[in-house]
Write a protein that binds this ligand. Structure first.
Ligand code: BGC
Length: 365
């Protein structure tokens, strides 16, 4: 076991003119996590393969400029509302709220995505690195004002990244609003266990502990139906190569251009499960044995396989990213929950604290 430690360095200036820093967290178990206070972005993450060789396994960039395009939110903290809100509208306590509806707007089916034009990912947060016993981490804080991107209420947010001696990266989210407001946060890290310029993740084996998904309309808004995965390309319960069925003729796969869907976790409260910290799924690379298991207190998991060919950017090593260069396992409440009163609520009232935890447990096999 190593002694956990951290280093702090400059990370350049964001397009909004804010100075960013980078925190290198050296975990006692060997995993190293480089993150920025710019939206909690993951810059690098080194995990061991089955021979103990370390490699950077996330898509990230060496300076804030890599994120100038915003979308696809490589490795960012997402808020106030992660995922989509249909037409950028919702009604709460009889009042209708209108949010920017920029996503899918050219297709005439715009919606609010990941918090709007400038979500929480695009701010430099307060950041306090720490070593606590065998743990090392950073506490990120941010204040979102009342009316931010059309959302009601000021929200004080705290996100803690902790790297443990067991090579677990834990993300603890806390948010306190002063008015009722929808909150649905996630971490948008993209893994590629061959390295970010290692090509497609279609050869990675994915497991998802879910018997149901929430199919969407062509604008990627859940229709409200909860569909069984049995016999479909969405059945990852026993583990399946991501590419095994991704190109099948299937209406949902056509809408997402691959996997870009929300699974309802069997043990989560939306499926009538026990809730608490539950196993959501994981991804494994048979070539080198690198593996991540995701545990969460959230009821759902959005899996996104970076399906848009316009993700044509230069990676840290100077090589090009490619189609399906990463897979994001986004723990969350279901998309469009503010417009789906029959689903677990995302409305948080004043006096309540939004609190969720997700763990990325790294190993090799
Ligand atoms: C969404 C995708 C989107 C991606 C990047 C994912 O969470 O489900 O549809 O393209 O984020 O913004």
């Amino acid at each position: 076991m190593n002694k956990p430690s951290y280093e702090v360095s400059d990370f350049g200036t964001t397009k909004y003119g804010e100075k960013a820093r980078k925190f290198t967290l050296n975990g006692a178990g060997g995993v190293v996590l480089e993150v920025s206070d710019y939206g909690g972005k993951v810059v690098r993450l080194f995990t061991p393969d089955r021979d103990g060789a370390m490699k950077d396994v996330v898509v990230g960039f060496d300076s804030p400029a890599g994120w100038d395009g915003g979308d696809p939110y490589w490795g960012c903290i997402i808020g106030r509302y992660g995922n989509r809100i249909g037409a950028g509208r919702f009604t709460m306590n009889g009042v209708e709220y209108k949010l920017p509806a920029l996503n899918n707007a050219p297709a005439g089916i715009g919606c609010n995505l990941h918090g709007g034009a400038r979500g929480w990912d695009a701010y430099v947060w307060g950041a306090e690195p720490f070593v606590n016993g065998d743990d090392v981490g950073v506490v990120f804080t941010h204040v979102s004002p009342d009316g931010d991107e059309g959302f009601p209420g000021k929200v004080e947010v705290k996100v803690t990244y902790t790297l443990t001696k067991d090579n677990v990266w834990r993300v603890d989210y806390e948010a306190v609003p002063d008015k009722e407001t929808p909150i649905n946060m996630t971490q948008h890290v993209y893994f590629n266990f061959k390295g970010e310029a290692g090509g497609t993740i279609e050869d990675h084996v994915m497991t998802i502990a879910a018997s149901q998904v929430t199919p969407t309309d062509p604008g990627q808004i859940p229709t409200g139906e909860i569909a069984k995965v049995d016999g479909t390309p969405f059945d990852f319960r026993k583990g399946m190569r991501i590419g095994e069925r991704i190109n099948e003729a299937n209406e949902q796969l056509e809408i997402g251009k691959g996997y870009d869907h929300n699974w309802v976790l069997d043990e989560g409260i939306m499926a009538g499960g026990k809730g608490g910290l539950i196993y959501a799924g994981g991804v494994y690379c048979p070539l080198n044995g690198r593996n991540v298991d995701v545990w969460t207190t959230e009821p759902c998991l959005q899996v996104y396989t970076a399906n848009w060919a316009s993700y044509d950017q230069t990676a840290k090593g100077g090589e090009h990213l490619s189609f399906r260069c990463g897979v994001a396992l986004e723990t969350q409440h279901a998309p469009d929950s503010p417009n789906k009163p029959q689903w677990p609520t995302t409305f948080i009232k004043p006096g309540q604290t939004y609190r969720t935890t997700t763990e990325f447990r790294f190993s090799a096999k």
